[in-house]
Design a protein around this ligand. Structure first.
Ligand code: FE2
Length: 232
């Protein structure tokens, strides 16, 4: 794993606070991506979801069990460390009452677990031809961390085509806006779980963000999702 999260620390915080999403550059190398893809078929997971069954789209995903694989555990803790400064700024601007983000992830998870959110949320998602993911937000209980990450494990235009990562923003009484986020293999998009603050004359209001994946045209597209809060 490279040190890009270290290098990008200040820029990442600025980009997230301002826009609600950012890309990181490469975090996982080819071998690490392949390890996670291979594990999709062989490792043990706590749950396997087929999206069509819940009208989430078409495709499937699997939630890791605790203890997480070391690679996923390390990435989750490092992401938390890097995202805490932006999360604290947002907590104030979004009036996230009863949310406190301690300096390290272990302490944050303790607050999740104390509130009954005990189940791990990192997951691997697999999309084949014609698969897609409807626009959604990933909330798993009352307590949440305002940013999450998705890391592309497959090579665009080689392993798959189509399957763009999409974020939409909806402001009250205004039309929605869409962003297509180009991702390289091994790179993460970091984005708002549900809201981002938007400056107004009176302070800050909330803009609602949703994310999803456009239809995969060919091949298989795998991603690793890292959500920082645990689930009820
Ligand atoms: Fe999601």
């Amino acid at each position: 794993m490279n040190d890009f999260l270290e290098i990008q620390k200040s820029n990442l915080t600025d980009a997230l606070v301002e826009h609600g999403f950012a890309t990181t550059g490469r975090l996982l190398d080819d071998e690490q991506c392949q390890l996670l893809i291979a594990g999709y078929e062989t490792a043990e997971y706590r749950n396997h979801i087929k999206m069509a069954r819940y009208n989430f789209g078409r495709g499937e995903y699997k939630y890791f069990s605790y203890p997480l694989p070391p690679l996923v555990q390390d990435l989750r803790m490092r992401l938390y460390d890097r995202l805490v400064p932006a999360a604290r700024i947002w907590a104030e601007r979004l009036n996230m009452n009863n949310h406190y983000f301690p300096a390290n992830h272990i302490d944050f998870l303790k607050t999740c677990h104390d509130g009954g959110q005990m189940r791990p949320t990192p997951l691997i998602l697999k999309y084949g031809p014609e698969d897609y993911n409807c626009l959604h937000q990933d909330l798993y209980g009352a307590l949440y961390f305002p940013f999450q990450a998705v890391i592309l494990l497959s090579e665009p235009e080689v392993d798959f085509s189509g399957g763009e990562f999409i974020i939409t923003e909806t402001r009250p009484r205004m039309q929605s806006r869409a962003h297509v986020i180009p991702l390289k293999k091994g790179e993460a998009a970091i984005f708002a779980v549900n809201y981002r603050p938007r400056k107004t004359v009176k302070g800050y209001s909330r803009t609602s963000l949703r994310h999803g994946v456009s239809k995969v045209r060919t091949g298989n597209r795998y991603t690793l999702g890292i959500i920082l809060h645990d689930a009820k």
